[in-house]
Design a protein around this ligand. Structure first.
Ligand code: VG1
Ligand code: CO
Length: 545
């Protein structure tokens, strides 16, 4: 074992989902090592014991630097005394697969190497995230302690050992630690098989149902090929961009209408498949498309909740509750009300769902950022959402668009958009949000976008399970007609600041209105209130999702 002296890096505070930086920052000597040692130090302190009986899971989305980082972590885990480390073959494990492995193998936790939907490559982004014993992202109390450790770190532990072969399954020893290279697909596929009726889905494909799944040259390629093509019998070629590449083919592995352009084109032409789907870099996000039809993440969450009990064996006994992040559309709340189950509203970031699921308070969760999942793991799960939709389509025997339209006719529609303003100057963006925060008090009762402000605040969340409070989670303006305007700064970017502006207008109009027209008054009023042009020089968002 070697003890290496080091000095702190001041910028290792985890964001919405772990630590994300430019790849070259992570490649600096000591940078990854400091963070990993800080994780180990804080976890060791928390459990009040060594790691001699503990298992650690390690895997990533295959982006540039993934393999090198795995080798560094293996040496450090061995030097820090872990009994076992489980590594996905080739260093590959999707985020939901890490969660499944932690839970099924009773591991202490896991390190996920990914910057999710951010581009990969030596000049792009890298990231690392620590997941705890329940398989979910470390809660804020844990990430805060990790950050404190990064600020006072003086040394890290490693071994003098050459790289180990992570390309073949099997076990080997690294110091006193047993390193096992596992099939990255096995645990995850087993969980899916427990939840879904694979026979019924096979029958669906046998009946001529066609889909296209875009893995965006990221981690879900092997998972989707195995589950959709090999296990469920979807025709060969159903999965496109199915090989994980270090630079994701130069694209953003971000499953939305802008970045999944190839899939969108395929779904909008004559003879399109029945279902189109895509996942992000690390496999926790999903995009669902029908023929000429985009299912918004908020509607997808609501529709899954609506049909889960009747269409998916894993939810046959019903849902305990539903949770969504605060900026996510309220569509799922209306389903929960009809089902007679509670609906929870949490801050942005999957880590807030963990306590609710552990306590049995909610079964299905979702975020507007193309994330949906359930208590089968403690992460959002892209392929799970795809299998949910396949199950719904197999049960209803209706096209995607019709399933959603029926939902709108029954529950009304949340017309919803998110506008992202990327690459803003950090100081100007914070000043803009601070100025609006200061103004919130004065807005009550004011006329706004054709209605009146009923409530305006900076969202604060009290966890119903452990009572912890997370303040300053996003500015929200609620109107008397039920519309909502929300803004917050992104906590996952690696360059400048990104303002996210979320708008929602609920109408019980059958859902056939034109989205742009319905939300335009909200978007315009919000832009003026924020003084977007004056403060940040922007007239239009970088991307609308
Ligand atoms: C974004 C999304 C949030 C999501 C997070 C991680 O965070 O808004 O809903 O949980 O990314 O997703 P932010 O702070 O940039 O808005 V992923 O797929 O990167 O693990
Ligand atoms: Co992701």
């Amino acid at each position: 074992m070697k003890t290496i002296s080091t000095t702190p890096f001041a910028d290792q505070r985890p964001g919405t989902s772990g630590l994300r930086k430019k790849t070259r920052i992570f490649m600096q000597p000591g940078y990854l090592e400091n963070f990993v040692q800080a994780v180990f130090n804080s976890v060791r302190e928390e459990i009040g014991a060594g790691f001699g009986a503990e298992t650690l899971v390690v895997g990533g989305d295959g982006r540039y630097h993934n393999r090198a980082a795995v080798q560094t972590i293996l040496r450090m885990a061995a030097a820090n005394g872990f009994a076992r480390v489980l590594v996905g073959r080739g260093g590959i494990l999707s985020t939901p697969a890490v969660s499944a492995v932690i839970r099924r193998r009773n591991a202490l936790g896991g390190l996920v190497l990914s910057a999710s939907h951010n581009p990969g490559g030596v000049d792009a982004d890298f990231g690392i995230k620590y997941n705890v014993r329940n398989g979910g992202p470390a809660p804020e109390s844990v990430t805060a302690r990790i950050y404190e450790e990064t600020l006072k770190i003086t040394h890290y532990l490693t071994l003098d050992h050459s790289d180990v072969d992570i390309e073949r399954e099997g076990s080997l020893r690294l110091g006193d630690t047993e390193v096992t290279i596992i099939d990255p697909l096995a645990d995850y596929t087993a969980v899916m098989e427990e939840l879904f009726d694979f026979e019924a889905l096979r029958a669906l494909f046998q009946s001529g149902f066609r889909m296209q799944f875009d893995a965006m040259s990221a981690v879900t390629g092997p998972y989707a090929r195995h589950i959709l093509e090999e296990r469920l019998g979807a025709e060969a070629g159903t999965v496109i961009n199915g090989t994980p590449l270090e630079d994701f083919g130069g694209h953003h592995p971000d499953p939305n209408l802008a970045h999944a352009a190839q899939l969108v084109e395929a779904m909008n032409k004559d003879g399109a498949p029945d279902l189109g789907a895509a996942c992000d870099g690390d496999g926790d996000r999903n995009l669902i498309l029908g023929q000429n039809f985009f299912v918004t993440p908020g509607d997808s969450l609501a529709v899954i909740c609506e049909h889960a009990q009747s269409a998916i064996p894993g939810y046959r006994t019903g849902l305990a509750g539903v949770a969504r992040s605060m900026p996510t559309s309220t569509a799922a709340d209306r389903v929960a009300e009809t089902l007679g189950i509670p609906a929870y509203e949490t801050p942005t970031g999957w880590k807030f769902f963990g306590n609710l699921m552990d306590a049995g308070l909610c079964t299905i969760c979702g975020e507007e950022s193309f994330g949906t999942g359930s208590n089968h793991v403690r992460e959002k799960d892209g392929l799970w959402a795809v299998l949910c939709w396949l199950s719904i389509l197999a049960t209803t025997r209706k096209p995607v668009g019709e399933v959603v339209r029926e939902h709108w006719r029954r529950f009304g529609r949340s017309y919803y958009q998110r506008h992202d303003y990327e690459g803003l100057e950090v100081a100007a963006a914070s000043a803009m949000v601070d100025a609006l925060r200061d103004k919130l008090q004065t807005l009550n009762g004011a006329e706004f976008a054709g209605s009146r402000v009923a409530w305006a605040d900076d969202f604060s969340y009290t966890d119903p399970v452990d009572g912890s409070v997370s303040a300053r989670q996003g500015l929200r303006i609620l109107l008397e007609d039920g519309s909502r305007i929300i803004c917050r700064l992104s906590g996952t970017g690696t360059e400048g600041a990104t303002l996210r502006l979320y708008v929602e207008r609920y109408l019980a109009d059958g859902g056939e209105g034109a989205i742009e027209e319905v939300v335009a008054p909200l978007v315009n009023a919000a832009g003026q209130l924020l003084e977007l042009r004056e403060r940040c020089g922007r007239d239009a968002p970088t991307i609308i999702t």
